[in-house]
Design a protein around this ligand. Structure first.
Ligand SMILES: *[C@@H]1O[C@H](CO)[C@@H](O)[C@H](O)[C@H]1NC(C)=O
Ligand SMILES: *[C@@H]1O[C@H](CO)[C@@H](O)[C@H](O)[C@H]1NC(C)=O
Ligand SMILES: *[C@@H]1O[C@H](CO)[C@@H](O)[C@H](O)[C@H]1NC(C)=O
Ligand SMILES: *[C@@H]1O[C@H](CO)[C@@H](O)[C@H](O)[C@H]1NC(C)=O
Length: 566
């Protein structure tokens, strides 16, 4: 092995020679002294003697195929005039290369370049405890699994040896005293760079986006203010809430829980916030949005405890949806008709009486207490909904107003249900009194527990109203009382009074029918039902009157007359 260098100038000679011999597959070492003291690196087999002051570095090219190389740092060296000398550490009595594990201890990097499988192998180990901590870093960092982060040996913590394997041709940074503080500084620097990068990103990418967002939000806010203004106006007038289609789509889970199919379209259950809602999808209204919204405002401004509350609506593109409060007990028809099986608990007389009064109040309100007369035109048990306590609420009120603007043909399809139609439907003089007739039918159905038109029965009893006409003439109305519920029989006197009220409502001549406010008064006992009434409920002249229960439309009624006088 080479002897201790005599003078720096001299031992540069073999290095220069070696440099000339070096091939491409060799390695360049950048040996840097980060220690606070001077070191004299020793490189076997290259030689040494280079004095490396703090902060200085030394570039050293190593030829390919170097075997059993070593790098380490020596300290406290003194050289005589001839260049002979010795060091306090990392030196063996003036010998550049000490025997392995010799004295004094030092930190040594052993290496072999391109000897095995075209790879460079480095070992750094702390030989017997001391000395100058060192670090080997591939430069630039290689991506390989064993050549990515470099290896360190830091006295006094690290007594183990670690190995670095890199592809041949890799260059290395050899650092003496790789300071942790330096790392911290580097880390801080890296963070600063990252921060700066983010900041610049913010400036150049996010800023335009922010400006755009800001612009959009200003526009939105303006729009929102406009909507708020409209809403405030609306709130004063009781306008229901406006939903987006997307909101209702989410609320109803893509319209999967179908509650039923109304005359105007299917109804779905949904949840919006805390509230359970029923969403009705109007088939088609043929209306422009403006008209639709105007009608919604009208209907939304109508509030009565016995009307199903319109919470909101959606008018988007062709979608027209109405959002109602959800009525847990469903519609009245589920509860009054006897079905052979006794699965549904049947309503007792008190309940039925309460429901009749509540519906009467709802109709009275629609007919007489609103700005416009609102004729429902489809009063039937299916449109009477029940809440948890069996309070009745009329639904679908005012929908004809929404619909009938368009074409009377829609009304023909929607309005009226066989069995509930007043005879005057054929005369085209429809008024709110048609509701009174339908209400009379509903009373009869509630007290008798059957449908007015029940095609499952024999011909002679198919029509409840025909039966009513017969029974009133033989004075045996009691036969019609629902036999499936004991309370009905117990209160048969009251039930018969109720039938008499129904008969008043069922007058063929609509002028003879009571107003709904009168019906309410009778029900509340402040007035007696008119007894001077016609007991023919079945129209005999088909030319002028339809036969109740058998009415078929011959021609659509005029739209203008449908919602009553306005
Ligand atoms: C050697 O490494 C030091 C940092 O340790 C660096 O400043 C210097 O530029 C490097 N020299 C070369 C030639 O890469
Ligand atoms: C100095 O070095 C030379 C040659 O390398 C050697 O012969 C000589 O003995 C050395 N002198 C001392 C005092 O070590
Ligand atoms: C690295 O060290 C291991 C064991 O510590 C040894 O077997 C191997 O030969 C060394 N490699 C070199 C290139 O010195
Ligand atoms: C060279 O690589 C082969 C396959 O990757 C492996 O089996 C062999 O042990 C390696 N030789 C040395 C000396 O590392």
């Amino acid at each position: 092995m080479a002897a201790v260098s005599i003078s720096p100038a001299l031992h540069l000679l073999p290095l220069i020679l070696l440099f000339l011999l070096a091939t491409n597959e060799g390695a360049t070492l950048n040996i840097t002294n980060q220690c606070s003291y001077t070191v004299w690196p020793a490189i076997v087999p290259m030689g040494g003697g280079m004095q490396l002051d703090p902060g200085k570095w030394w570039i050293l090219d190593m030829p390919a195929g170097t075997a059993a190389g070593c790098v380490w740092a020596r300290t406290g060296c003194i050289f005589d005039a001839k260049g002979n000398g010795s060091c306090q550490t990392g030196d063996c009595g003036g010998m550049l290369a000490c025997a392995r594990n010799g004295q004094p201890p030092n930190t040594v990097a052993e290496f072999a370049l391109g000897r095995f499988n075209n790879t460079d192998v480095f070992n750094i180990s702390l030989v017997l405890g001391f000395n100058v901590p060192m670090e080997f870093l591939p430069m630039p960092a290689q991506g390989g699994p064993d050549c990515n982060k470099g290896i360190h040996c830091n006295y006094p913590m690290d007594y183990s040896s670690s190995t670095l394997t890199c592809p041949t041709g890799t260059n290395y940074q050899v650092v003496f005293c790789p300071s942790t503080s330096g790392k911290v500084e580097a880390l801080v620097l890296v963070y600063l760079i990252i921060f700066e990068f983010i900041f610049l990103m913010a400036l150049f990418c996010i800023m335009p986006w922010l400006i755009y967002k800001c612009f959009v939000s200003i526009r939105r806010r303006r729009q929102w203010r406009r909507e708020m203004a409209e809403e405030e106006l609306g709130e004063l007038q009781g306008t229901p809430m406006r939903f987006t289609f997307q909101q209702l789509n989410v609320a109803t889970e893509q319209f999967i829980h179908k509650l039923g199919e109304g005359g105007f379209g299917p109804v779905f259950k949904g949840q919006f916030g805390e509230d359970i809602i029923a969403v009705k999808c109007l088939d088609q209204t043929g209306q422009g949005n403006t008209e639709f919204l105007a009608e919604i405002q009208t209907i939304g401004s109508i509030h009565h405890i016995n009307l199903v509350r319109l919470i909101g609506f959606c008018a988007e593109k062709s979608y027209k949806l109405l959002v109602y409060e959800y009525m847990p007990k469903g519609s009245l028809d589920r509860w009054i008709y006897s079905r052979g099986d006794n699965t549904t608990p049947r309503l007792d007389w008190r309940m039925r009486h309460k429901i009749i009064i509540q519906i009467a109040k709802a109709l009275s309100y629609l007919h007489e207490e609103c700005m416009d007369i609102i004729a429902h035109l489809d009063v039937k048990p299916q449109n009477i909904l029940l809440d948890d306590d069996f309070n009745a609420k009329l639904s679908d009120f005012g929908l004809c107003k929404l619909i009938n603007r368009d074409k009377s043909q829609v009304i023909t399809r929607m309005r009226g249900t066989r069995g509930y139609l007043a005879p005057e439907w054929l005369t085209m003089q429809i008024s709110e009194k048609a509701d009174v007739y339908s209400f009379g039918i509903v009373i009869m159905e509630i007290v008798s527990g059957r449908k007015n038109l029940d095609t499952s029965l024999f011909e002679e009893s198919m029509h409840l109203i025909t039966l009513l006409q017969e029974k009133v003439k033989c004075d045996c109305l009691v036969d019609l009382i629902d036999k499936h519920n004991a309370t009905m029989q117990v209160h048969k006197e009251e039930v018969i009074q109720m039938m008499k009220l129904a008969m008043w409502c069922l007058q063929i001549d609509f002028k003879k029918r009571p107003k709904m406010s009168q019906v309410v008064e009778v029900l509340e006992g402040t007035m007696n039902a008119d007894t001077n009434i016609d007991h023919n409920f079945v129209a005999t002249s088909p030319a002028s009157y339809g036969i109740a229960g058998n009415v078929m439309f011959s021609s659509p009624p005029l739209a203008s007359g449908l919602s009553g006088p306005r």
